[in-house]
Design a protein around this ligand. Sequence first.
Ligand code: ARG
Length: 625
Amino acid sequence: MAATEPLTTYQSSFSLPSLLKVPETDPSACVLDSFRIAIAQLLSDALGLDLEKAYNGVDYGKKGEDFTVALPRFRLPGKVNEVAQKVIDKFSPNEYIESVVADKAFLHFRLNTPNMIRAVLTQVHELTHVVPAQQAASSSSSAEPEGIYGTNKLGAGKKVIVEYSSPNIAKSFHVGHLRSTIIGAFLANLYKASGWEVISMNYLGDWGTQFGLIASGYEKYGNQEKLEADAIKHLFEIYVQVNKDAETDPTVKETAAAWFKRMEDGDEAALANWRVWRDLSIKKYVQEYERLNVQFDVYTGESEVSKSSMDDALERLEKIDLVEESNGAKLLNLEQWKLGKAVVRKKDGTSIYLTRDIGGAVERYEKYKFDKMIYVVASQQDLHLAQFFKVLELMGYEWAQPKNASLVHVNYGLVQGMSTRKGTVVFLNQIIEEAANVMHEQMKTNEEKYNAVENPVETAREIGITGVKIQDMAAKRINNYTFNWDRMLSFEGDTGPYLQYAHVRLASLDRKNPHLLPLPAPSALALDLLAAPHTSQQARDIAFLLGTYPDVVKTALKTHEPSGVVTFAFRLAHAISSAWDAVVVKSLGEDEREKAQARLFLYGCARDVLGSALRLLTIRPLERM
Ligand code: ARG
């Protein structure tokens, strides 16, 4: 396999003795890689192992250990304790490794504390502030430079479409759409952070018989003013009304079907209103997504899949004998792949969801030539996605062959009990408002603190949204969970507000200690003081965790799980709060300025990385609250 392309030409201002190169590692982006290589070199020297093989056996340790090696994985001859002894005999403390202990079949390695702390903090600082600023200065872009610590170039030159959110116009925005929005926006950020070119796509449910229903209901219940004020809400109200009418009046559905048929046939008169509804709905969505810190590059929808691409698809499927007629409708038979049968064209010739997805994927490939396309859709649609992925594969498209792994369904479980105090949630803005209100009320209970906040309403909304997002991303995607406002918006326990609070507390340190600023460059800081015996453990824990962040990002890219990043943020926040009493900044006297500056720098790095992790999770980290 090719070695990872180096992130930058960045050379840390702190360097340690040079080491051999190992494929897929990049110390210029993740300095812990070099410590791991040092361990691998020792193993390789002591046991005669191939360096890369030895490297792959070096894992993060459990709490209290930096790295651990499970010796049996190397399948070496002899007793495991003799193998361990060989490594221990070969070892003497060096600039990378402080100690090695054998524990049954495991070897635990502890890194050289002062060097690890200095190497990690220097890298965090330089890749967050120095390198991006240099890059921005040399390019013409005047945009605020973004920190690159934690990012990688695994996707350089590759393009991914991430399709997510995809609500249905005129129907409710349910919690499944909310999850897709939250997870999808995270994935879009994650792929960008890994060097991919990302296209964020919203595939609206903007086509289908429901528009025939609304069109017929609009004549009766439509109101231009209401439509302009809040299209999403008004169209939903009409939809609910017509559906009620349809219960007693069978002609409603017939009129609706006839109307939709006219739309499918391209009848301008039938399409005109629909176009206005769609535009107004998108406008409203853009505003609401913005509040969630979610942006799309492309708004497309089921309506945009062309008839010809669907006809082509059907023709190809007929040729390979996958289509059956049934009562005038066309049916796809996928039983030999245990994927059942599915209608691909209705009796009246109108298209359906599945067919649009087939045609849509082909069109997207032709337009974007993506290397990967990710669909973030609830696990209730597992069968639907498996069906259309299979169909695309059978149609013979190279990009749709499973071996290329370019079509990916990122699914997620159900959420129970999402309602507000006023009742069931049907719109996205109800969720945002409720989160903001619950949070606002809670903040008001501490009057003193509340009065010190500059923009309490916006602050409450940001914290509330953070609570919703963290609750959603805290566990494995596939797990179901129960929506619980009190739990997700509490400042205690592993919640979004707790993470925002940790960030705010870090951000306040610079404001509270102006006499220590500006800090000298890392090489001029007395960082060795952080390793002083009485504070070393807390400072060390923070530094080591910061060093693991690039790997947290890489793992998330493999698993498509936001939970690893959330867990990392909590571990970091906990490490910071345990340090708070032992590693104080403020109360140090003027004679301890050097120590105070080193500590301030440590917290500054922690803030940078916690901020990056939150931003990766689509959260806007707060400076004050
Ligand atoms: N609009 C659909 C729904 O609400 C979700 C669309 C998912 N994406 C897709 N390409 N099928 O159920």
